[in-house]
Ligand binder design. Structure first.
Ligand SMILES: C[S@@+](CC[C@H](N)C(=O)[O-])C[C@H]1O[C@@H](n2cnc3c(N)ncnc32)[C@H](O)[C@@H]1O
Length: 228
């Protein structure tokens, strides 16, 4: 079933996520959850990008939505010239400050940039990116349908959307994501695999593939690949 967030609650959702991540930003990179959960998700995305490199696809313009401190984009530069540029967007200015500081220290500002913004209102022209990624951020969006439509709009023709979030379709996933994470983070909504497919379908994505993969047991993640 599609969850509808009443307009009175929408600001609460975003304010709650904003406050949570503003605080978390200061120790985010040192948090054990990065090693156990977020990094394995990044590895999954990088494996997908590597396949594109093998297939000889053109150098990529990547957008990472809900980028946190920029770890996925920084890692993506391991693909060398296959990555033309990367932009990260996040609603938390503290997260963005850390991302900017890291790329400046690593001398990567020529390829990577970061800005504060909302996943539901992407400040980019149509057809700007070849790949849009979103890891462990989607459950915070009160209008998930709007976030998906925005991705479709900014993707170039044949562009790819790689979306990862918690898998909550079995009892364990339900316990981890719908009970524990919801209690810790408030105002979140993890999608069922069916809802992911419906959101991507309704937005107008053409080829949709879905998969699940394990990270630190017992967490299981949902990954969706969709093409414009
Ligand atoms: C768990 S962190 C994941 C960060 C990053 N994707 C990673 O894998 O390390 C979720 C991020 O989503 C961001 N976020 C939540 N709601 C957002 C929104 N509406 N627009 C943009 N970013 C948002 C948070 O500020 C936070 O940095």
């Amino acid at each position: 079933m599609l969850k509808h967030v009443p307009s009175t609650e929408q600001h609460e959702w975003k304010d709650s996520a904003h406050a949570h991540f503003q605080r978390w930003a200061h120790h985010y990179d040192r948090d054990i959850i990065n090693v156990l959960l977020f990094k394995p998700c990044h590895q999954r995305v990088l494996a997908e990008l590597r396949q594109g490199k093998r297939r000889g696809l053109k150098p990529l313009r990547i957008l990472d939505v809900g980028c946190g401190t920029g770890n996925l984009l920084i890692q993506s530069l391991r693909l060398g010239s296959h990555v033309q540029s990367g932009i990260g967007i996040d609603m938390s200015d503290n997260m963005i400050d850390y991302a900017r500081e890291k790329v400046e220290n690593m001398n990567l500002s020529r390829k990577l940039s970061f800005l504060v913004g909302d996943a539901e209102h992407l400040p980019f022209p149509d057809n700007s990116f070849d790949v849009v990624t979103c890891c462990n951020s989607f459950h915070h969006y009160p209008h998930q349908d709007r976030a998906v439509s925005e991705v479709l709009r900014v993707l170039d023709n044949n562009g790819r959307y790689i979306l990862i979030d918690g898998y909550r379709d079995d009892p364990l996933g339900y316990f981890v994501f719908d009970i524990c994470v919801t209690r810790a983070e408030n105002h979140v909504h993890h999608c069922s695999a069916l809802r992911f497919r419906k959101l991507l379908n309704d937005a107008g994505f053409a080829k949709i593939q879905q998969n699940v993969f394990g990270v630190c047991p017992p967490a299981i993640m949902n990954i969706a690949y969709a093409e414009k």
